[in-house]
Structure formats: C-alpha cells, structure tokens
Ligand binder design. Sequence first.
Ligand code: MG
Length: 393
Amino acid sequence: MKTLSILGSTGSIGTNALDVIDRHRSLFAVVGLAAHRNIALLKEQIERFHPTVVAVADEERAVSLEDMLGGPERPAVLFGSEGYREIASLESVDMVLSAMSGAAGLLPTIAALESGKDVALANKETLVMAGDKVLALAESKGARVLPVDSEHNAIFQCLEGHSRGNVSKLILTASGGPFLYRDAGDLVSVTPKDALKHPNWEMGSKITIDSATMMNKGLEIIEAMRLFSIGADRIEVVVHPESIVHSVVAYCDGSHLAQLGIPDMRIPIAYALAYPERITLSLQELDLFAVGRLTFLPPDLDKFPCLRIARSAAERGGTAPAVLNAANEIAVEAFLGGRIGFMDIAKIVEETLCLHEIRKSPAIDQVIEADAWARAKAAELASSPLAGAASPK
Ligand code: MG
C-alpha cells in the first residue's frame, strides 16, 4: 500500500489522480489533501478518501471547512503555506503528488523532497524556477522525482532501460492549441473564451492559456532540460495536432522511441503513482484506425513568440526562467481578467525579461526574490497605457 499526499487535490490533475486512486483502493491510501479555495469539492474528497490531514489557502476557509465537516473521523484542517508544507512532509506519507498551479507549488515540493518523499511532479514551475536545486536536493535525500506532465512522462517511459548517454535529442510534441490554424493577425483580438477552448485536453485555465500562446511548450523545454540533463539545443518542438504521440526520444543509432496514448492525464498520473508498476485503467482504447493519420508540423514562432522567448530564457539560465514564468503568470491573469490582449502576454513577458538583471546560479531565496520582482514589474507593464494601446480589443 502506497500512502499519498496530494497538493492541489481539487484541480484538474488532483481530481484525475483521485479517480485513478479510486480504481485501486488496495494499492493507494490518501493521507493528506491540500486545496486552494474550492472547499466544497475538498469536503466531498474528504468524505470519499478519508485523509487524516487537509490544508486550504487561508484561515477563513479552514474555519468554514471545519464547520462543514462533522463526525469524529474528520481530519485536522491546516491552512496557508505552513499547512501546505506540513501536508507535503507528513511522516506517514510515501509519495507526494505535487499538482498545485503555478509558482505556489515550489516550496511545498521542496518540503516534500527535504523529508525524503518521492514526488510525482505535475507542477512544472518547480523545475522551471529552481530545477537544478530541486533535483540536487532530491538526489541528496534519495527521493525520486517522477514527471507527470504528459510529454515528460512519455520521455521518462521511452528512456526506461536505455542509457542516457545514447540519447541524441528529445522531441516534445505540442497540440498547437486552439489557434493553430488561425492567422497571426487574428490573434490580437481573440478573447479569453476563445483561448480557453482547448481542442484535445481538459485542463485548468492557466495552463490552457499557456497552451494557446505555446508558452506551455516553452516552459516544458526548460522542464525537460532539468529533468533529463540535456541542453535546449537538443530539445525539438513539433506540433502534433492529434495529441496521440506524447513525445519522442531519438537515440544515436537513429531509433526514435515514442509513447502513444489517448490524450487523458490519468495515463501519465497512473504511471507516476504506481511506478515502476503499470496498473489497469480501463479507459477508452486508442483506436489507430479511428485516428487514421498523425500529422507533424513545425511551430510558427511569429504567431507564437512565447516559444521563442522561453527558449531564449532557457539559454540565458540563472534567474531568467523564473522571471519568464512569473511574468507569464501575471500576464495570463491580466488577459483572463480582460485587462490586456492575447498578444500582449508575450510582449509583457519579453519586456520583463529585458528589464531583469539575471543572477547566475541563484539560491532558492534569490529565485523567489526574482519571482516577486518579475510579478511586480509585469503587473506594472500590464496596467501601463502602453499595454492598453497595443491591444485593440
Ligand atoms: Mg504537458
């Protein structure tokens, strides 16, 4: 029996993970759950999975949740970053699923690794912001980091049993998002509603916008560099609209190994949770005849400048990826709030990076400092009349 804590249990990855766990009650037990604001859903999860400790964003929600829970078996309710850290490092937990959205996932993930827990990592920001430090910490504690992000999980699977020294390159596939076939000129006027319509994957709103700008793939290049210790120049991005091939590893002999499956996050989640075993999921089968054709296209860097900007931040290293990520989170929030246009997201991120003085080999607190600086700077840029003028809405 593997005991688990789930950080971000009410989000898209969290709910999918609980669905996987529900199918295998004899393999997994849920000990800790951490959510942000959705206490109604957290209450349902508590009643179904009986964790012993839970945490929410703040004291007010913790009190409301306690009022909603009855009975002698109710869990201890914690709150805030201390609460999240505690859920991540509970003595009785074997593995932590780190699936909070955004930079907020960094410190609880570090707490999990510091206490030697294996981490199934869905929060890519952790690796983008401080991948080197986080992976060194995992190694020093003998803890495993298992990627949940579908592309990285695919690569992880394709590397199993092979020597890393024989890898020539990694190919990350991208769906291309909802605007793949739209003209670049149209994109200045698209709305959050347009951008939230992802063709293949059901995900949270932040990552769906990142997928529409292709910043998601840019962040994933950095994530792959960290996870697999490989340079950005050996990571290729290929647009693959069917989202059936989840990524590819190319070896020195010309062999290319790919992992295929229907686009369903329960597959990579189950692989990470049950690793090194595979468990039955009984999902809809991959029907290659129904898929018929798999297409692969080069990404259009003029239409999706975020991909270019992310690659350049990856190459510059130091605090640049953390600044890229923080500025992007603020810009996406401003776009979702209707305060800036779609193409302003890239402009704000690029401008913030331009203004940033990169610190090489930063410590975690310097990364957090750079993150805070970038948030303030990006917010300033998003509310400046320049951004407004650049976004005819
Ligand atoms: Mg992904």
